[in-house]
Ligand binder design. Structure first.
Ligand SMILES: Nc1nc2c(ncn2[C@@H]2O[C@H](COP(=O)(O)OP(=O)(O)OP(=O)(O)O)[C@@H](O)[C@H]2O)c(=O)[nH]1
Ligand SMILES: [Mg+2]
Length: 244
């Protein structure tokens, strides 16, 4: 439940994003209307990302161990806001939509708002990522009784209290799916707002599609091994059908 905004902690994982990170920080600083802190969790970048972040007044955490999920987890542990926003530092997401996501979160008293890229008129997502995302999302929605359209969105506003209720262990890309599974099991409310998406301008994707795909599917199926999953999730369908 998120009934008011005290402070927003924006957590940005970065690994060699020197050409992207400053625009991300500046846009968030200018546009986000709520009291805020920006926490960059860097994986020991070698392209100057660290120096760029040091020149801003953002909090910088260096986490040399690899992993997108690990970086987010460390960032969230250090967050002071009652709302946490996770977003990539690669300039692919529309940062300007943060206010809209938070407003929706409060309006609907939701525990998480995801920015969905599935209604993006520019169709900037690559075909393979689009297909993979659709298949993963279908299985996730079916088994966990949800109505999400973009489970692989890395742009989310999350209630701090809710994220403290779940235990997440994945260290890489499957972290994002594990979070949705745990939220579904806890009966927490997740809704989406549409966003636009841009192709990466600088640097290389860190996503290894095949490896991540296997990890994500095994996370979805492992989640079902818990005997109580069906019981815990069966009420979600009714509850979520109109909550949009
Ligand atoms: N600290 C840290 N950040 C990481 C790590 N791997 C990826 N990131 C960051 O996490 C975010 C998401 O990774 P991306 O490489 O953009 O993955 P993606 O969004 O699937 O790929 P694109 O299609 O290129 O956007 C980016 O801001 C990365 O810099 C890591 O091991 N450590
Ligand atoms: Mg990205």
């Amino acid at each position: 439940m998120t009934s008011k905004v005290e402070m927003v902690s924006v957590v940005i994982p970065t690994l060699n994003e020197a050409g992207n990170i400053l625009e991300a920080i500046n846009t968030i600083k200018e546009d986000l209307i709520y009291p805020k802190e920006i926490i960059v969790v860097d994986g020991n970048s070698t392209d100057g990302t660290i120096e760029i972040v040091k020149d801003t007044n953002c909090r910088l955490i260096i986490e040399p161990r690899r992993g997108y999920g690990l970086a987010l987890r460390i960032g969230m542990k250090n967050a002071k806001g009652n709302i946490i926003v996770m977003v990539d530092g690669d300039g692919t997401y529309e940062f300007r939509h943060i206010n809209r996501m938070i407003a929706k979160m409060v309006e609907k008293d939701a525990d998480m708002v995801l920015a969905t890229r599935m209604y993006d008129p520019n169709k900037a997502m690559g075909l393979m990522n689009f297909i993979g995302n659709k298949v993963i999302t279908f299985f996730y929605d079916f088994f966990y009784s949800q109505f999400l359209s973009d489970t692989q969105s890395g742009f989310r506003a999350i209630s701090h209290e809710a994220i403290d209720r779940v235990e997440l262990k994945e260290t890489d890309m499957a972290y994002a799916t594990e979070m949705l599974i745990q939220f579904a099991k806890e009966g927490l409310t997740m809704i989406e707002v549409p966003t636009t998406y841009k192709a990466r301008k600088y640097g290389r994707p860190k996503l290894r599609r095949f490896k991540s795909g296997i990890e994500i599917f095994s996370t979805i199926f492992r989640g079902l091994l818990d005997a109580n999953t069906i019981r815990k999730c069966q009420g979600n369908w009714k509850k979520n059908r109109f909550k949009r």
